[in-house]
Design a protein around this ligand. Structure first.
Ligand SMILES: [Zn+2]
Length: 121
């Protein structure tokens, strides 16, 4: 259908697994919102300081807020700039929000949330 695009995160539940903040247990997103970037939705990157980060990429995270100025410095995803992402309930740093620099880039944005900062059940 022309002009019709899938709406990510319009629903939760339906048997999908909930991901919760490791600090306050607030539900922040669901497994049906996992989004593959470069064919995988689980990533491992090492920052310039040699610290490794393992995280999932999601199309939407209703319980997370992005904060701060976006930057493309040391970005792990070329074409995307990032800002910090925090739990909306307790403010714990959970990961990053990636936003496409060019409006022609698909997806327009996605979330990268640290495996160690999520609880699943
Ligand atoms: Zn929290």
């Amino acid at each position: 259908m022309p002009g019709h695009f899938p709406v990510y995160g319009a629903t939760g539940g339906n048997g999908s697994k909930a991901y919760q903040c490791s600090d306050c247990a607030a539900v922040i997103t669901y497994s049906d919102r996992l989004l593959s970037i470069g064919d995988v939705h689980r990533h491992l990157f090492v920052n310039p300081f040699g610290i490794s980060f393992e995280f999932y990429t999601f199309a939407s995270c209703p319980g997370v807020v992005a904060h701060g100025e976006a930057t493309d410095q040391h970005t792990w995803f070329p074409g995307y700039q990032w800002s910090f992402a925090f739990c909306q309930n307790c403010g714990q740093h959970l990961g990053w929000f990636y936003e496409a620099v060019s409006k022609d880039t698909i997806p327009r944005g996605f979330w990268g949330l640290l495996v160690t900062h999520l609880l699943t059940r």
